[in-house]
Design a protein around this ligand. Structure first.
Ligand code: GAF
Length: 444
């Protein structure tokens, strides 16, 4: 049987040396500073941020580093350790949103109306928010360039953003559903904010979250609801971020598994994970449809003061089709699981949260239909080998799962997920045990 493939832990000193050397090579001289932002996993509260729900992410020790120095000619030059010989350069003034918000509005509306009437649509249908060709910046440079663009938008926040030289290096696995893109936008945003002297309070961090979401949605054309950027910018070491996406408020919930003899294992299935293929947007549209039929702003809050069953009955009565009801059931039950899980943690009972993790996975798989066969195989194998609970984490359709495991069972679980993946003909998963790390910060 194949042996488990453990991802090497992050090496912050090496990453810092790498990004400095890259900066010197490509731009010459020293950056003004270096800023770091982490990837994340979400413990529970999945696919609810765009429905005003509650999530519980933690920052990974794996981070993206951005070395930055402002330029006075309005140009952006950015290089990354992924492609050190291919720096991207352009004028900040030429960075544009994928599609202007006012354009195509009628077309959008028609499309939504058609969609609402259809029963089960073709799941494979492409619903890209923007085609490659619409983008003013192609590929990964759209993320840092998009942040500079977003922070300079006159409506909000209207900062006087200069051009910049940037170099980027990262430990965050790409395409693994661990928010490598948020790590990239958030480290860039903090760098710009800091060199412009905007201070570092919670209000500024919230401005940065919004700019990063806007950069990803509008310039990179990638769908995201905000949880990942909140996690990357606002998490604290040793804590989960209890995030209410209805109003952006957060609490920091202490989270240390070690004293309970537990480990949080991340299993990257290495199966394709792509949020821009339209499936994510389709889930959002279904949730928006449910909220509209119920006449509420935040679907995730609709069962407060009543019950999930009662809300679902109302949805049926309002004419929702069966698929929209299932999407709503996911959001509403996930909200209950998240609050129950927080209560268990507050009672110092992390060993008891496993069934809530399993329930979350089942709901994401059956009601929201965002899991994948690879994720189902590894979560089932983890449970079979003694994991207390396991679920997909992040956007789904591939990417990573998490498993809560007793320290003594880690090897058995690692072997079980590796063997089960091999038996199913899937790629060999990559494994890493994680602790709750610090959110974005200046490191040099
Ligand atoms: C992706 C999105 F970017 C987040 O906003 C969130 O919706 C998540 O999927 C699912 O919880 O990571």
């Amino acid at each position: 049987a194949p042996s488990p493939d453990w991802v090497p832990g992050p090496d912050p000193a090496r990453a810092l040396a790498e990004v400095r050397a890259l900066f010197a090579d490509v731009h010459g001289g020293e950056p003004t500073g270096v800023w770091a932002a982490p990837g994340r996993v979400n413990l529970v509260g999945e696919h609810v941020d765009y429905a005003g729900g509650t999530s519980l992410p933690l920052a990974l020790p794996h981070r993206t580093l951005v070395a930055l120095r402002p330029r006075d000619d309005g140009r952006v030059r950015v290089v990354s350790a992924w492609a050190p010989d291919e720096p991207w350069e352009g004028a900040l003034a030429d960075v544009r949103p994928v599609r202007h918000p006012d354009e195509d509005r009628d077309e959008d509306r028609d499309e939504h109306e058609d969609r609402d009437e259809g029963e089960d649509r073709d799941e494979g249908e492409d619903r890209d928010e923007g085609e490659e060709g619409d983008r003013s910046v192609q590929g990964w440079p759209a993320y840092p360039a998009g942040v500079l663009w977003a922070l300079g938008q006159p409506d909000d926040p209207g900062w006087d953003v200069p051009g910049a030289d940037l170099a980027i290096a990262s430990d965050v696995p790409v395409g693994a559903g661990l928010s490598s893109s948020a790590a990239l936008t958030c480290s860039t945003a903090l760098a710009v904010s800091d060199v412009l002297g905007h201070g570092d309070d919670d209000a500024t961090r919230s401005v940065l979250v919004d700019a990063c979401v806007r950069a990803e949605n509008d310039v990179a054309g990638a769908a995201t609801g905000g949880m990942d950027q909140q996690a990357s910018l606002r998490c604290r070491a040793g804590h989960l971020l209890l995030l209410d996406s209805a109003d952006g408020t957060v609490e920091h919930v202490p989270f240390s598994l070690e004293e309970h003899g537990l480990v949080l294992l991340v299993v990257d299935t290495r199966a394709t994970h792509e949020l821009t293929d339209g499936q994510y947007a389709a889930r959002r549209a279904d949730c928006a449809r449910a909220a509209g039929l119920l006449g509420v702003e935040h679907l995730a809050r609709a069962a407060r003061g009543t019950s999930v069953e009662e809300v679902l009955e109302r949805l049926h009565a309002a004419g929702a089709d069966e698929r929209v009801v299932r999407r709503a059931r996911h959001v509403l039950t996930e909200e209950e699981r998240t609050h129950a899980l927080v209560e268990l943690l507050r009672a110092d009972r992390p060993q008891d949260v496993g069934p809530l993790l399993d329930g979350s996975h089942a709901s994401l798989r059956d009601d929201h239909e965002v899991s994948s066969v690879e994720l189902d195989v590894v979560t089932e194998a983890a449970r079979g080998a003694g994991a207390l609970g396991a679920r997909m984490t992040g956007g789904g359709f591939g990417g990573s799962a998490i498993a809560l495991v007793r320290t003594g069972d880690v090897d058995a679980v690692a072997r079980a997920v590796t063997t089960a993946s091999a038996d199913a003909g899937h790629p060999r998963p990559q494994l890493v045990a994680v602790t709750a790390a610090q959110g974005a910060e200046r490191v040099a």
